[in-house]
Write a protein that binds this ligand. Structure first.
Ligand code: CAA
Ligand code: NAD
Length: 283
């Protein structure tokens, strides 16, 4: 069966971007969040991004309207009964994701594919919360979704080839580049990126340099588009901490120990750009 209707669960930074690129590619999209105001905010951000696309002549007014009309706000998880594919993008917590996948298993039709945008959690363990592990898969987008080309695709132990192929097709249809990786903590992207970010935070914690200096070194010295402290704020410090904890627990090696300063900021609620304050402050 062809994928036509996609439900995105979680309307935060990632969910909003995923809904936007799916709608731009012509899929019917349902966008759901536990908190309605998050969905409203996400729709506003999508409107702004689409308007920017018109301004930059990447699409015309008609295409903008067509894309926007493709996105509908969902008010309940039950709405997943009408879709061919779900992409989950809620907080990076195993218990929350397993709970959602168990519910989706009950709600959705047999053919529906259940994908998770998890940054680091084992797909096999998420899939085990369902009675259809063969239809569960990892689809790891990068932030900001409308800009970044990569989608890591992760098979769980039981994922069927047909499901992999369909997710690969969706990835290409939305103009992204699929890369297949195995189901290990942090996959490839965050196994490499997040220890660098954590080390940058240790560098700040130990007083080696200011946050500005650390970011300048990596931007001007290594040509990174953002310094690692700025990038941590951009990703979300809560997400960074969750990923480091998953790497630490998954590999059992202290080289992945989250920096105490990162924990302190998360405990303070200073979780980065999305909260208006992280290592830097935002308007
Ligand atoms: N949504 C949509 N478009 C966005 C955007 C957003 N949130 N942020 C930036 N853009 C667009 C801008 O509109 C702009 O496009 P146009 O001017 O053509 O309209 C373009 O991106 C460039 O933006 P700016 O000129 O404002 O700024 P920039 O040149 O510094 O680029 C950036 C911004 C693309 C975010 C760049 O700084 C960058 O690549 N940063 C690193 C991003 C990165 O590493 N992402 C991966 C994070 S890790 C991850 O995602 C995995 C995980 O699990 C944690
Ligand atoms: P976010 O904090 O911006 O958004 C999470 C959203 O999930 C919130 O709007 C919250 O209200 C909603 N939510 C929480 N529990 C829910 C539930 N039970 N049902 C429905 N909605 C619920 O986080 P984000 O940055 O968008 O990250 C979301 C996921 O994407 C995480 O798994 C994260 O690891 C992954 N991810 C993040 C990035 C990044 O750079 N931030 C990149 C790739 C993948």
């Amino acid at each position: 069966m062809k994928i036509r209707k996609i439900m995105v669960i979680g309307a935060g930074q990632m969910g909003a971007g995923i809904a936007q690129v799916c709608a731009q590619a012509g899929y019917d999209v349902l966008l759901y969040d536990l908190h309605e105001e998050k969905t409203k905010k996400a729709l506003h951000r999508i409107d702004q991004n689409l308007a920017r696309n018109v301004e930059k002549q990447r699409m015309d007014e008609q295409e903008k309207e067509a894309a926007r009309k493709k996105i509908t706000q969902a008010h309940s998880l039950q709405d997943a009964s009408a879709v061919d594919m779900v992409i989950e993008a809620v907080v990076e917590k195993m218990n929350v994701k397993r709970d959602i996948f168990a519910q989706l298993d009950e709600i959705t039709q047999d053919h529906t594919i259940l994908a998770s945008n998890t940054s680091s959690l084992p797909i096999t363990e998420i899939a085990a919360a369902t009675d259809r592990p063969e239809r569960v898969i990892g689809m790891h987008f990068m932030n900001p979704v409308p800009v970044m080309k990569l989608v890591e695709i992760i098979r769980g132990l039981a994922t069927e080839d047909e499901v992999y192929k369909k997710v690969e097709d969706v990835t290409k249809t939305i103009g992204k580049m699929p890369v297949e990786v195995n189901d290990f903590p942090g996959f490839v992207s965050n196994r490499i990126l997040m220890p660098m970010i954590n080390e940058a935070i240790y560098t700040l914690y130990e007083g080696v340099a200011t946050k500005e200096a650390i970011d300048e070194v990596m931007k001007l010295g290594m040509n990174h588009p953002m310094g690692p402290i700025q990038l941590a704020d951009f990703i979300g410090l809560d997400t960074c901490l969750s990923i480091m904890e998953i790497l630490h627990e998954g590999f059992g090696d202290d080289k992945y120990r989250p920096c105490p300063l990162l924990r302190k900021y998360v405990k303070a609620g200073w979780v980065g750009k999305k909260a208006g304050r992280g290592f830097y402050t935002y308007e």
